[in-house]
Design a protein around this ligand. Structure first.
Ligand code: MN
Length: 235
């Protein structure tokens, strides 16, 4: 009897231990995580240096993820996907706006930059850029000028929606065009450039223009063309 009880207790203890991680997950279904980079921190040298990449990804993006998890805890946003959070937040949800935006924008950014031999867009996107801006070169010029004109911290975007087609806009801080209650003209991001000083200051200091020029050397045009394809198919 004693022995049997002991065995039962042991089995119980083991099974409690075994299910504990999944219980933890169930307690917090919307814990966001820092996505890994698909390339090493030094992969974009000499255009974006390894130290900047490491701090930017692990510390800055890491902090947005951590602060987002804290900000949504116990709110109606806790069980939403990142996209749903962006769609539903309002200008009153400052901490969620900054950190959900930060998580979304950086996750997007790491994908559209990468070590690549492809220096120019091709296919449908190249045609659309030429039609809208005159040429790919002219598009890069206009986009770069828009990034240079951004005052303070923010992002420069190439966006697409049905109403405006391809267009270029800046957003302050970590805002983006998925925030439906803040940007009525919602649009899909095709390219996003992080123009915060933390994205370039270690290497370029005050020379923002040089960082913007360097950006064109690290674009993952395959991913960007995929973004355009997806945008054309979206509502
Ligand atoms: Mn950043």
């Amino acid at each position: 009897m004693k022995r049997r009880k002991f065995i039962q207790k042991s089995i119980l203890a083991v099974s409690v231990l075994a299910i504990k991680p999944s219980l933890l997950l169930a307690d917090s279904p919307s814990q966001f995580e820092l996505p890994p980079l698909n390339y090493p921190y030094n992969a974009l040298e000499p255009y974006i240096d390894a130290q900047t990449m490491e701090i930017h990804h692990s510390k800055h993006h890491g902090a947005y993820v951590k602060n987002l998890n804290e900000a949504i805890k116990g709110t109606k946003f806790e069980t939403m996907s990142l996209e749903k959070i962006l769609e539903n937040l309002t200008s009153k949800d400052t901490k969620i706006r900054n950190n959900a935006g930060g998580h979304y924008n950086h996750t997007f950014f790491w994908k559209i930059i990468s070590p690549s031999d492809t220096k120019e867009p091709t296919g449908k996107l190249a045609e659309a850029l030429t039609q809208k801006f005159g040429s790919t070169e002219k598009f890069k010029e206009i986009f770069s000028d828009k990034a240079k004109s951004l005052f303070g911290s923010g992002w420069t975007w190439l966006l697409y929606n049905k109403k405006r087609g391809l267009f270029i806009e800046n957003t302050p801080n970590q805002d983006n065009f998925a925030m439906k209650n803040i940007y009525k003209d919602t649009a899909s991001p095709i390219i996003g450039l992080d123009v915060w000083e933390h994205a370039y200051y270690l290497k370029y200091q005050n020379r923002r223009n040089e960082y913007i020029q360097a950006f064109w050397n690290v674009l993952n045009w395959k991913e960007i063309e995929n973004n355009y394809d997806k945008a054309l198919k979206s509502k």
